[in-house]
Write a protein of this length. Structure first.
Length: 220
């Protein structure tokens, strides 16, 4: 429970990239006990959410331009490999699941409240997992899910800066249609482009908000 609460606080912006986390302050802010918090922090560090600095304690992980691009390139490789298998192996159950998640995402996207935005982000993760799970490649999926935390907090921060999820929502609808129609070529192209568009929107908006390390790095 404590692990989930700290993780959600990072993802939803209560703790910002680069912020030093003093355990006493975190425990007070989240209303949790010190002992389980001490157990949760190393796990979060192992998953890439936190960085342990000798004599300083933990800080929220912060990525620079090159690291963000590297993580997205890794995700694109894994997502496209999974997508190429998932599109052939999907079932009526998978299609119904995608319809259901897409519908709930549309409802959340039309609501501008903070809770609706958080719900949309959670549904976004469910949506992408449901698209790729039919591939039947659990190790690929685990590798993809391990890389996701490294950028998820930044993606959520970017949307909080702009309040705009409509471009991403439109791309999700196109992905869902290609998945349902078993249009492999279109599905693979959309899978790659959705990740690339997300990367570029993220870097552009973080740069404009002066939240990006090495902001003048050339885009790739």
């Amino acid at each position: 429970m404590v692990y989930q609460r700290v993780r959600n606080a990072i993802l939803n912006g209560a703790f910002q990239p680069g912020q030093v986390l003093k355990q006493a302050d975190v425990a007070m802010q989240l209303g949790v006990s010190a002992s389980p918090l001490r157990e949760a922090l190393p796990r979060l560090a192992a998953e890439g959410f936190l960085v342990l600095h000798p004599h300083r304690g933990y800080t929220v992980a912060r990525l620079d331009h090159k690291q963000i691009t590297e993580v997205f390139r890794l995700r694109q490789l894994l997502e496209c490999e999974l997508a190429s298998r998932a599109i052939h192996r999907r079932t009526e159950v998978d299609i119904a699941k995608i319809y259901g998640i897409a519908s709930r995402m549309a409802d959340a996207a039309s609501d501008n409240s903070d809770n609706a935005r958080i719900h949309w982000f959670d549904l976004n993760q469910q949506f992408h997992r449901a698209l790729l799970a039919p591939a039947g490649r659990p190790h690929h999926l685990r590798a993809l899910e391990h890389s996701s935390p490294l950028t998820e907090a930044y993606i959520r921060a970017e949307v909080r800066l702009t309040g705009d999820i409509h471009a991403a929502q439109s791309e999700h609808l196109e992905l869902a249609k290609a998945f349902v129609l078993a249009d492999k070529e279109h599905f693979l192209r959309l899978t790659y482009e959705h990740s690339e568009h997300t990367r570029k929107r993220l870097l552009s908006r973080l740069r404009r908000a002066n939240l990006l390390t090495n902001p003048h790095e050339e885009d790739e």
